[in-house]
Design a binder for this molecule. Structure first.
Ligand code: PMT
Length: 221
């Protein structure tokens, strides 16, 4: 049992990896399982928040405080987020968004041609959802993640400023037990004008609890 300290707080969380269709059976995707975003949604819901979870994967232990919206592509995720952003107090963007999508989706399964060893798929840049939604910020506390394989802190700090967000939860996805499709994560918290703080490796559920406790104690008005 958790005290409903976030009752009256509306949060929107994105989770999972976007899938950008190449043809009816193939897509460009990534290794995100949705576990990090779903943990953030479940802990916020336990603390009494109303949660909109915009996710590419289904949350099997969803609470009545969670309104789950299923999306596949970055464009669908952006559209749904734009619908709900204004009525929320917090956005946490835990989804792994594909930076590119195929320009064309083939109507039928692409056939391999025996004379052809190379096949080219032209990609088009996807919108930077976090950067664009941050332009519509009024009072929202906006949190992004940074998934890096090197230079964790400088790259994450760059994202904090370029995407104009309030906080970045940076994870070194090359470290064992951290990042994609694991039950644990090691997070470095990046904020404006503050020294980065690294939390020890812990379960994604504990990361979520630590984040929402931080929000409740330091940010919530
Ligand atoms: O789902 P899990 O298996 O539990 O794994 C968790 C995770 C590794 C996916 C998660 O902890 C994480 O790091 N999520 C962000 C992944 C990512 O896309 O990071 P990025 O550094 O490429 O992007 C930075 C931020 O911008 C992210 O908040 C991302 O959601 C956002 N973004 C990125 C690209 C884009 N076109 N639009 C965006 O909004």
């Amino acid at each position: 049992f958790t005290k409903p300290v976030l009752a009256g707080t509306n949060v929107v969380i994105t989770a999972g990896g976007t899938q950008e269709a190449i043809d009816p059976v193939r897509f460009i995707g990534n290794r995100s399982s949705g576990k990090m975003g779903i943990a953030l949604a479940n802990v916020a819901a336990d603390m009494g928040a109303h949660v909109t979870l915009i996710s590419t994967v289904h949350d099997p232990i969803s609470s009545p405080n969670i309104e789950e919206v299923h999306v596949s592509t970055a464009i669908e995720m952006q559209k749904k987020l734009e619908e709900v952003f204004a009525i929320n107090d917090v956005l946490v963007m835990a989804a792994a968004v594909s930076d590119f999508r195929p320009i064309h989706k083939a109507d039928q399964k692409i056939k391999k041609n025996n004379d052809q060893d190379l096949y080219t798929i032209k990609l088009q840049k996807n919108p930077d959802i976090l950067k664009e939604i941050s332009r519509q910020k009024t009072n929202q506390f906006v949190v992004g993640f940074a998934a890096e394989t090197e230079n964790l802190i400088p790259y994450a700090q760059k994202k904090l400023y370029e995407k104009n967000v309030d906080m970045i939860l940076a994870n070194d996805v090359s470290k064992a037990g951290s990042g994609f499709n694991t039950d644990t994560n090691e997070i470095t918290v990046i904020q404006r004008d503050k020294e980065p703080v690294t939390w020890p490796l812990m379960s994604k559920n504990d990361v979520a609890s630590k984040f929402w406790e931080f929000y409740e104690n330091n940010i919530k008005k």
